[in-house]
Write a protein that binds this ligand. Structure first.
Ligand code: GLA
Length: 731
């Protein structure tokens, strides 16, 4: 049981294994936030909530004599709106038909639901009926008939609370939604830091931490994708919190499109923390009788610092978000031809890669961009999804058969959401792309975005992808998306609904992905958006792995993979060994360093296998053998980050099996230093009494020694790595 309701005092206490989240209804009408943090035993701590006002505040009217009153600007509201005396950022902002924005929401009732609910048409965390419980609280603006349902699903064992919101218009007039947060939490104190994951193409999810200040700190995306530039994750934490200690509170949006999130510190140094939809490009018209569901926010509190927070997210996403066969099955080691050939390949070249791959122990060959229409560079053919027979005379079917004959599975790249101006599809359907009538259609990488807010375009896409998948033995799909939205208008929507296009696009895309993945359960899907431009829980719901970044330089990847691991499990991170000098950075690193970095991910190669020397081939065979041995640990174990590349000239992490009988450790030194001080790395998450043996050296250590004293990292030269596999000999 994770939800306790004390009917008399109107207190809602949500409990996970280690967390409590408490709300109370005050004066029979205000739903207030009481507490979020370490688990509290007492069912009623509503007295901690203070109802007051300060000088110059708009006070709420009382209904009974002697009733406590307050200012909404002071009250820690569970779901605040604007226009009625709370001057902070609202969680919900609407405009009514008469132009007014005042929207007082009063508590009306609640309902308990066994299991986990999901917002209609959107990706969602899932759980069995006995695993989760959901609280639905109804608020209402009585005057206008606007009902607001706040949903809280508690997965006790996973230590998570998942929030979402649904609006229903029971009034007689239209309501325009300007902003709808899925979660909003008012903290009494703002003596905290915030942490987020900004980036750019090739530099995704770098960690940024800063102290909160008065005023607003806001993150978001209005690019039509969750984006490289800012991940839909935001956390606040005690200033003293680190990887191991301290309270951390995270929010992560299960959505792949535009979003907004932020923290506002008010006049009384309280902090309002929110996440949802409502960037400048958003607005949604809710007609009488209609409803609107906002995406889920996964809320995690950890009292064990950032490391604890990450492990909770990882376990949840591995088991209650990622679906299908590859949730539990090991992922294949693959080779992708992109950095090996770019557009310059033919059947012979690809088959020769497959032959080499089989000899090295690689399981799957992926044919990337350039196999369709007339595509020999990025100027043409997106939308014309039939094989380029000049390059592939036997089509995809013939090629896939030949690849399989060599002993490896076949995978294919597609970029289905796009259309090239130079394509048969565009010539036939010029109105199928996002555009604004009479305006220039701005291209990016010579392409336009298909209008997935349209049902007919989505239907065409579903059929097209089905027929590719049915035409040949395809075991894997890399689903790419290589531009952000501009001129985001649709030919089919009326003027008053044009600002709905980015969200309608996402609903269309999710329908397409649902139908395709459901119809092809044995295909492994990997999402990609110019690398990690859509690395979010929304995409992970459909596709169990994401190409982490187009930047394959192992040193750069230390930062990207470390930052990504703050929220997302390593099993979701595509990581490949590429050529030296690296194609993005020009840096030269050893095959060992490149392999060791990529092994902390879903492993593969992205280079010309035929260019390897015999010696290198032997090293690659050994890498693959090693990876297959440690793969269950890396992709299913608990990750402990030990040293951050953002804080020094090195990085280290480890993966521990659930029973703590085995672990894999990886250390990376970036630049050489002459006459350096001794570097020791202290491990985490082990049994103190247990004796662990380093498989490669045979050396034995007790768990407490490894955790309290640590291992000496003795390396010389730039870009060095040490990896170690330990097995418990004695408990
Ligand atoms: C994107 C992807 C790359 C590759 C190219 C092909 O940039 O991130 O991995 O597939 O497209 O055009």
């Amino acid at each position: 049981m994770g939800i306790f309701v004390t009917d008399q005092q109107m207190i809602f206490h949500l409990q996970t294994k280690q967390t409590s989240y408490i709300m109370a209804v005050k004066n029979n009408k205000y739903l207030a936030h009481v507490y979020w943090g370490k688990r509290i035993q007492s069912p009623d701590i509503s007295h901690v909530l203070l109802m007051r006002g300060t000088c110059f505040d708009v006070m709420e009217p009382t209904e009974k004599e002697g009733e406590e009153t307050c200012s909404l600007d002071y009250l820690r509201q569970e779901y605040p709106t604007g226009g009625d005396g709370d001057y902070r950022i609202p969680a919900l902002e609407v405009t009514y038909a008469d132009g007014s924005r005042s929207c007082p929401l009063h508590y009306k009732g609640y309902r308990l639901i066994e299991g986990k609910t999901a917002p209609k048409g959107l990706p969602a965390v899932y759980a069995g009926e006995s695993e989760a419980q959901t609280l639905e609280i109804r608020l209402e603006d009585e005057d206008r008939g606007l009902q607001v349902y706040l949903l809280y699903s508690v997965i006790e064992e996973r230590d998570t609370i998942i929030r979402s919101v649904r609006l229903e218009n029971h009034g007689k007039e239209d309501v325009r939604i300007q902003k709808i947060m899925s979660a909003c939490v008012d903290f009494e104190q703002s003596d905290m830091d915030m942490i987020c994951l900004p980036g750019a193409w090739g530099r995704e999810r770098h960690i940024e931490r800063a102290a909160l200040r008065h005023g607003e700190f806001r993150i978001g995306s209005s690019r039509g994708a969750s984006s490289h530039q800012m991940n839909p994750f935001l956390a606040v934490m005690e200033p003293c919190a680190d990887e191991v200690h301290g309270n951390v509170y995270g929010m992560n949006l299960v959505y792949s499109g535009n979003f907004t999130a932020g923290i506002e510190v008010d006049q009384l140094s309280q902090a309002r923390f929110y996440m949802g939809m409502g960037d400048d490009s958003f607005s949604w018209l809710l007609e009488p009788g209609e409803e609107f569901a906002a995406p889920e926010v996964v809320m995690v509190h950890s009292a064990q610092g950032l490391g604890g927070l990450s492990r909770i997210y990882h376990r949840l996403y591995r088991k209650n978000l990622i679906r299908g066969r590859y949730r539990d099955e090991v992922r294949p080691v693959l080779v992708n031809n992109w950095e090996a050939t770019y557009f310059n390949f033919n059947e012979e070249k690809i088959v020769s890669l497959a032959k080499e791959a089989a000899g090295l122990g690689i399981d799957l060959l992926v044919l990337d961009d350039g196999w369709f229409g007339k595509r020999n560079d990025d100027t043409t053919s997106l939308g014309d999804w039939y094989a380029n027979t000049e390059k592939l005379p036997n089509g995809i079917q013939g090629l896939a058969a030949k690849v399989e004959e060599e002993g490896v599975k076949f995978g294919l790249w597609v970029e289905p959401e796009m259309v090239s101006v130079d394509s048969e599809l565009y010539r036939k359907h010029p109105d199928w792309c996002l555009h604004v009538d009479g305006r220039r259609r701005s291209e990016c990488r010579n392409q336009l975005t298909l209008d997935l807010s349209r049902n007919d375009v989505c239907d065409w896409l579903i059929e097209t992808i089905h027929s590719i998948l049915d035409s040949a033995p395809i075991s894997y799909i890399k689903w790419d998306m290589n531009r952000h939205m501009s001129n985001a208008g649709s030919a089919l929507l009326p003027a008053k609904r044009q600002k709905e296009v980015p969200h309608r696009y996402m609903l269309g895309l999710y329908r397409v992905l649902e139908e395709i993945t459901a119809a092809h359960p044995d295909v492994l899907f990997e999402s990609c958006s110019g690398g990690g431009g859509r690395f979010d829980p929304g995409m992970l719901y459909y596709m169990p792995q994401t190409w982490t970044s187009d930047d394959t330089d192992p040193v750069e990847r230390l930062f990207i993979q470390y930052g990504t691991s703050l929220v997302y499990p390593v099993s979701a991170m595509g990581a490949h060994v590429s050529a030296a000098p690296n194609h993005q950075s020009g840096r030269v690193t050893s095959l060992k360093m490149r392999g060791d970095v990529a092994m902390s991910g879903t492993f593969g190669y992205e280079l010309d296998l035929n260019a390897f020397t015999e010696e290198e081939k032997e090293e690659v065979r050994e890498q693959i053998r090693e990876y297959k041995k440690i793969r269950p640990l890396v992709t299913g174990g608990d990750m402990y980050r030990l040293a951050s590349p953002f804080e020094g000239n090195r990085a280290a992490w480890m993966f521990v099996s659930e029973n703590k009988m085995e672990f894999y450790f990886a250390y990376f030194r970036i630049q050489a230093k002459v006459n350096p001080s001794i570097t020791r790395v202290r491990l985490q998450g082990l049994l103190p009494e247990a004796v662990y043996q380093w498989e490669e050296t045979g050396d034995c250590y007790r768990g407490d020694e490894l955790m309290e004293i640590g291992l000496v990292m003795d390396v010389s030269g730039d870009y060095q790595s040490i990896t170690a596999h330990f097995i418990c000999k004695k408990e």
